[in-house]
Design a protein around this ligand. Structure first.
Ligand code: NAD
Length: 251
């Protein structure tokens, strides 16, 4: 039971890698898993699945761009469970639907959700974790936070690059508070809900040619990386970037 006695909050966990991770943390015996998202019906369904499998979970509506909602959700967790041990900043949107890779509204949307959303989550979770003197924050970046791509909005790379460096800065600042902060960088995974061009089978096949393992990743393969960082097994790991990309960025 790798998550025994731990309370974990995951943003954007109504589907995709967030939902897979919520299920895994619950299977590993978490004291409570809080599934947060904008999509209430889908999020409630993930919680119902976890409960059916014998796990402990609840749902919270959370728009990661809204600071008051972050504060409300974390205050509620502290009131209900008395602790917050793990934050998985997973919510995000894709940059592959826009035609204009310099569209200003898309830049603001991408930075608002993918970067500011992570900043706000860290701000409020770290304040709670500092009081307890322990905690683990896992921020979902991407291979797009390490290398550029030709066919996605520049704001996606900028936002994921920001997540990579916010992670390292916060790790440097909060090590002595007992809080570890790491980033996870998935490569070619099942398309995001908001994917455009990158969901196209021909585009995916072309991308795969550059992936040494020769296949796309599965959501559980990222969930297990997050589990490692959330558990005490990674007790000496902070400020690290864990790439889960089949070797994409190694070549
Ligand atoms: P997904 O689209 O399946 O899930 C993202 C979730 O975030 C959705 O449930 C969505 O409702 C939620 N969300 C969006 N905006 C939100 C907001 N303002 N507030 C709260 N929730 C919001 O995508 P996924 O593939 O599971 O991606 C999870 C994370 O991994 C994202 O940060 C993404 O950028 C990153 N990532 C994905 C891939 C990929 O290929 N799928 C690759 C690398 C990194």
């Amino acid at each position: 039971m790798r998550m025994k006695d731990k309370v974990a909050l995951l943003s954007g966990a109504a589907g995709g890698m967030g939902a897979a991770t919520a299920r895994l943390l619950a299977r590993e015996g978490a004291k409570a898993v809080i599934v947060a998202d904008l999509l209430d019906k889908e999020g409630e369904a993930v919680v119902a699945d976890i409960a059916k499998a014998g796990g402990r979970a609840s749902y919270a509506h959370l728009d990661v761009t809204d600071e008051a909602q972050w504060k409300g959700v974390i205050d509620r967790i502290l009131a209900d469970h008395g602790q917050l041990d793990v934050l998985v900043n997973n919510a995000g949107i894709s940059g592959s639907a826009e035609q204009d890779l310099y569209d200003t509204a898309a830049w603001n949307r991408l930075m608002g959700i993918n970067a500011t959303g992570v900043f706000l989550g860290m701000k409020h979770a770290i304040a709670a974790m500092k009081k307890a003197g322990r905690g683990s924050v896992i921020n979902l970046s991407s291979v797009s936070g390490i290398v550029g791509q030709g066919n996605i909005h520049v704001g996606y790379n900028a936002s994921k690059g920001a997540v990579r460096l916010i992670t390292k800065a916060a790790a440097a600042q909060h090590g002595r508070d007992g809080i570890r902060i790491n980033s996870v960088h998935p490569g070619l995974m099942p398309p995001m809900r908001t994917s455009g061009r990158t969901a196209d089978p021909a585009t995916r096949a072309k991308t795969l040619k550059g992936v040494p393992l020769g296949r796309a990743g599965e959501v559980d393969e990222v969930a297990y990386a997050i589990l490692f960082l959330a558990s005490d097994e990674s007790s000496y790991v902070t400020g690290a970037e864990l790439v889960v990309d089949g070797g994409w960025t190694a070549v």
